[in-house]
Design a protein around this ligand. Structure first.
Ligand code: GUN
Length: 297
């Protein structure tokens, strides 16, 4: 068997097009322009690249982008004051504070200071709680993107066996909650799991988000499984340079799986597309308008 390679770039493009069409409808019929505020503290080069890309794609989708680049020496109090101001700004429908934050700033305190209805990252404890209790939540972007790809492949996911590898608050835990909501039988494995190979042998769906390069061998998969690889790891290649690989050994998995996301070009592009989708959803909810069903859960 040769797995279908799921094209995340193409998928993300489709989501961005849908987002853009909802944005133009909001502008044309209601005079409302969705707005996303992104706060970057410090000068981490990788974070600067992400933030620039988020701003660019926000504007391309027709939304307002409000960018705040604060210095490395910003205090927690100053950051919380800015969040408070954005919480009460009606032109801002989504707020994202880029992580990681400089040492000395408490990430949980900052995340939980964002108004839950504007928390387009879905990191606020109240959104985590609402997701896990089956209420309307803002859903973290990466797991939302993974779910969209799985729904596109299967339609109905009920009864499928899913193994999520990784238990982070950002990916593993919300992913498991989303799959439970879809009536999958969900197992959460992690770096201390001793029988991963056995668990994977019966998994229809594998979501790998453990952050270890090539952690999952293709031989361990159930034939025909769908593999969603969230890992982005840089390793040395044979020529002394580096290359990006996922948590799954793509080459061996490709001959056993039914479908697999590549790294790069799989889950990665979906994250910003889902951030834009969450911003539009937050805008519809803020104005008590019926939200587009295909952009959220
Ligand atoms: N840093 C890396 N990825 C993310 C993300 O999805 N959201 C935030 N806020 N920070 C990040």
């Amino acid at each position: 068997m040769t797995a279908d390679v799921i094209d995340g770039k193409q998928f993300a493009l489709q989501i961005r097009e849908r987002v853009a069409s909802h944005v133009s409808e909001l502008i044309d019929s209601k005079g409302i322009t969705p707005g996303l505020a992104v706060i970057l503290v410090g000068d981490d080069p990788a974070s600067e690249v992400y933030v620039r890309s988020k701003g660019k794609q926000t504007v391309e989708a027709g939304m307002n982008s409000f960018e705040y680049h604060l210095s490395e020496t910003t205090t927690q109090g100053e950051l919380l004051a800015l969040i408070g101001q954005l919480n009460s700004d009606t032109a801002v429908h989504g707020i994202l504070v880029q992580l990681p934050l400089p040492k000395g700033i408490d990430e949980s305190a900052v995340t939980n200071a964002i108004a839950p209805e504007k928390d387009v990252d879905g990191f606020h404890i109240s959104n985590a709680g609402m997701l896990s209790t089956g209420q309307k939540a803002m859903v973290p972007c990466t797991p939302l993107g993974c779910l969209m790809m799985l729904r596109a492949r299967y339609g109905d996911l009920s009864g499928l066996n899913a193994v999520v590898i990784g238990r982070s608050n950002i990916v593993g835990k919300p992913m498991a909650q989303l799959l439970l909501r879809e009536s999958c039988t969900v197992t959460v494995a992690h770096s201390h799991t001793t029988n991963l190979q056995q668990l994977l042998s019966d998994a229809d769906i594998v979501v790998a988000a453990v952050g270890r390069p090539l952690f999952v061998s293709g031989d361990w998969l159930k034939p025909g499984a769908t593999v969603i690889d969230v890992g982005i790891n840089r390793i040395e290649n044979a020529e002394g340079g580096t290359r990006l690989v996922g948590d799954v050994d793509f080459d061996s998995a490709k001959s056993k799986a039914g479908a697999i996301t590549p790294v790069p070009g799989g889950v990665g592009p979906m994250t910003i597309a889902c951030l834009l989708a969450n911003t539009v959803t937050a805008c519809y909810r803020a104005h008590s308008l019926p939200e587009p069903l295909e952009l959220s859960i």
